[in-house]
Design a protein around this ligand. Structure first.
Ligand SMILES: Cc1ncc(C[n+]2csc(CCOP(=O)(O)OP(=O)(O)O)c2C)c(N)n1
Ligand code: SF4
Length: 483
């Protein structure tokens, strides 16, 4: 018995290796915080129900942003408020997974109001645990939509007023007014009795998902001693004295018994072929029946490239990434493109990650680079070190006035800006480099890129110039490197 009570759930990592610093044992939460207690109840449920290997935990922005340090499940950490939207995609793509969404009140009831409302209204088969501590904990105690009238926060130093900030939002009641949700309950992470009720609610909500019943939701009133400015012990009592009268505990919706599994039937998913048709994407390489997504025709060192394109905002860095991904996709490869906008709007740097692969792509992030296109000096200096040995390094030698330091990679300096200027448009430098890249690697024929140009260059008057730029890049390589 003692073992069952005191042993840490196997749904937590034994050691929190993802946590920076020396402490791999405790959580990052403040003393008395409710997050850790609720994590424990969820982890125990996952373990008891034997669903650890198919659980995907979607964590928010807020104090629980690092939930992935702790849960030994699938983990996805998403942008502020977007957890129900991300979870929708995950659950639809993996209907047999158990998708657990975990959100605070700033995340769910402020910036993410639309996401939770529509996910609940669509009846997504996910389970949402909503940690309502009536304040923004992570950012230093600002008012949340659930802050009580009269409650002092850093943004309501004289206390929330109805006149200025309106009434606290009762999310459980709000969602219970929708048709689709199957189970909604509000509990409290306070004393042992209420923790037990919370444990039962967590189990019931996850069981509803396992049984394919639909959308389940548990709102948990949870202490934030730091944000509330009171002791951990007092904060447990404050939940019942102050929060509970405004947020009554109990079940606000329960249709679990009355519903069969998958009550609305299977979702209608378009077949893959249909999708290709709708998106007007030729299956295969767009060159006919023999189309293949394999890269056998490409030299081994250039296959499945991990590309990083970097430069100043305005140099067409992101567009070059789109162009490579678009051409690759229409050639039949699996592709991904991930922009990193940075502050390029203010003349800073921009970069993007591009992948082309014959197999499905797991992550669009390019951390280790096999092809670096550095269109300015800061980009070369920043990313050169991330090239894998034997990788390919292109840089615009018109603008980069230093030599690369790497000697274990293939270095291709191209005066891309100068060549583009000669064609009459500095901004075509990106296409000069693309032409060079295609010529060296033969990833797809230059002709394919030329034919695909109208997809990513909407202004038709710009197409001839860009065709010229691609061909100029090809010519440069043929003259300089294949003499
Ligand atoms: C787009 C965006 N806007 C604002 C923020 C700042 N921010 C981070 S956490 C947070 C609120 C967190 O409060 P809550 O969801 O209640 O979680 P808690 O920290 O209390 O657990 C805010 C506003 C952000 N990270 N991203
Ligand atoms: S600020 Fe509040 S919610 Fe955040 S960890 Fe501390 S007690 Fe928990």
């Amino acid at each position: 018995m003692a073992k069952e009570v005191f042993e840490k759930s196997s749904s937590f990592y034994g050691s929190y290796e993802r946590r920076p610093g020396a402490d791999k044992v405790t959580t990052h939460y403040c003393p008395g915080c409710g997050h850790g207690n609720v994590h424990k109840l969820i982890a125990e449920t996952i373990e008891d129900m034997g669903i650890q290997d198919r659980t995907i935990f979607v964590s928010p922005v807020g104090c629980s942003v690092f939930a992935y340090y702790y849960f030994a499940t699938g983990n996805v950490q998403v942008a502020h408020g977007r957890a129900p939207a991300a979870a929708t995609g995950i659950k639809r793509a993996h209907p047999d997974s158990i998708v657990i969404v975990y959100q605070g009140d700033g995340d769910l009831a402020a910036i993410g109001t639309a996401e939770i409302l529509h996910a609940a209204n669509r009846g997504e088969g996910i389970t949402v645990f909503f940690i309502n501590n009536a304040i923004y904990g992570m950012t230093g105690g600002q008012m949340a939509p659930t802050t009580l009238v009269g409650q002092k926060t850093t943004t309501t130093p004289r206390g929330r007023t109805v006149e200025n900030e309106g009434h606290p939002l009762r999310i459980a009641e709000l969602l219970s007014g929708l048709e689709a949700p199957v189970y909604i309950e509000r509990t409290a992470a306070s004393d042992a009795k209420h923790m037990n009720k919370t444990r039962k609610a967590i189990r019931k909500a996850i069981q509803a998902q396992i049984d394919g019943k639909g959308f389940s939701f548990v709102e948990i009133l949870s202490p934030c001693p730091t944000g509330w400015g009171i002791s951990p012990v007092k904060s447990r009592g404050w939940i019942h004295e102050a929060l509970e009268p405004i947020f009554p505990l109990g079940v606000t919706k329960d249709r679990i018994q009355e519903l069969p599994a998958h009550p609305r039937g299977k979702r209608i998913e378009p077949a893959n072929d249909e999708l290709w048709d709708i998106l007007e994407i030729p299956s295969g390489n767009g060159q006919g029946e023999q189309a293949s997504t394999k890269m056998d025709h490409v030299a081994a060192k250039y296959r499945d490239p991990l590309i990083k394109v970097a430069g100043f905002g305005g140099q067409g860095v992101l567009m070059l990434g789109v162009a490579l991904a678009d051409c690759g996709m229409r050639y039949g490869y699996n592709v991904s493109w991930l922009p990193s906008y940075g502050p390029e709007m203010r003349g800073g740097t921009a970069n993007c990650h591009v992948r082309m692969a014959s197999e499905p792509i797991g992550s669009p992030i390019v951390a280790e680079i096999s092809v670096l296109v550095a269109m300015n000096r800061p980009s070369l200096e920043k990313f050169e070190k991330d090239l894998i040995p034997g990788g390919l390094l292109f840089y615009d030698s018109t603008l980069v006035d230093v030599e690369p330091t790497r000697t274990d990679v293939q270095v291709i300096p191209i005066p891309a800006t100068k060549l583009a200027d000669e064609l009459g448009q500095t901004r075509a430098a990106n296409m000069v480099i693309m032409g060079a890249y295609i010529t060296i690697t033969k990833i797809f024929p230059l002709e394919h890129a030329i034919n695909t140009l109208p997809d990513f260059i909407k202004k038709s008057s710009m197409i001839p110039l860009n065709v010229e730029a691609l061909k100029r890049g090809e010519k440069f390589i043929l003259e300089e490197y294949k003499k």
